[in-house]
Design a protein around this ligand. Structure first.
Ligand SMILES: C[S@@+](CC[C@H](N)C(=O)[O-])C[C@H]1O[C@@H](n2cnc3c(N)ncnc32)[C@H](O)[C@@H]1O
Length: 219
């Protein structure tokens, strides 16, 4: 019997098509280069010649850095937004970045392979889902491509007690609900669910004044 959930999956991000043209500019206006810096934190832990699954990479600026800095054997670039994928592939051509990349438009919950990868990267992806979806759908699906030696690089927002960071997080979740149709109504406790899934946190660094964490998880 299939362990896939029955029925259509609610939308988490094809609405990002709509904001793809302005996504990077919006992030820059609010956070400057801090969100990008957070995602670069642990790229130096990726060995050369690795196979990498990058999910929710957006317009492709991180892919470019991964290709230049990590020299991977192969990258599978999985994105729900066709416009984000178009921007990412265009960026590679425009900037003359070389590397073996398979661009695929699709939902992480329908990841059509159990092929193991050395490295999994999810940059600002996990916070788009409600906790129940993370627990029953997203994390179990991603665990299937992790080998005992694989590393999972997560960068994402975390709960904070600082009032203006709370207000900013609340506004961002409302903004992405309205513009991109994300399902999350509040910030999910993704760290707890990774630990509950049996993963072990190997490194963790606070970023963006503590409202973001860059982490490495493994089996
Ligand atoms: C908040 S944006 C972050 C983009 C990029 N990581 C960055 O920081 O610039 C989330 C990205 O995840 C993608 N996404 C949303 N839901 C997804 C899903 N279910 N499967 C794959 N990608 C998804 C969106 O299209 C969007 O590009």
């Amino acid at each position: 019997m299939s362990d896939e959930p029955i029925g259509p999956k609610p939308n988490t991000g094809s609405g990002f098509d709509w904001i793809a043209p302005v996504y990077d500019a919006l992030a820059f206006v609010v956070f400057g280069r801090k969100l990008q810096q957070a995602q670069l934190t642990f790229l130096n832990r990726i060995p050369h010649d690795a196979t990498i699954l990058l999910v929710g990479g957006g317009t492709g600026w991180l892919l470019e850095q991964v290709l230049i800095k990590c020299k991977p054997r192969r990258v599978l670039y999985l994105e729900l937004s066709a416009r984000m994928v178009a921007k990412a592939s265009h960026r590679m051509v425009k900037n003359g970045v070389v590397g073996s990349v398979e661009f695929r438009v699709g939902d992480v919950r329908d990841l059509p392979t159990d092929e193991p990868f050395d490295i999994l990267i999810t940059p600002f992806l996990l916070d788009l889902f409600p906790e129940s979806t993370l627990q029953t759908d997203v994390i179990p699906r991603l665990l299937r491509i992790l080998k005992p030696t694989s590393l999972w690089l997560v960068t994402d927002f975390v709960a904070t007690h600082v009032w203006w960071q709370k207000a900013l997080l609340w506004s961002m979740i409302r903004f992405f609900q309205l513009t991109a149709g994300i399902e999350a109504k509040q910030l999910p406790d993704w760290q707890r669910f990774l630990a509950d899934a049996g993963l072990i946190r190997q490194e963790s660094q606070p970023q963006v004044g503590g409202m973001v964490r860059a982490e490495i998880w493994g089996r």
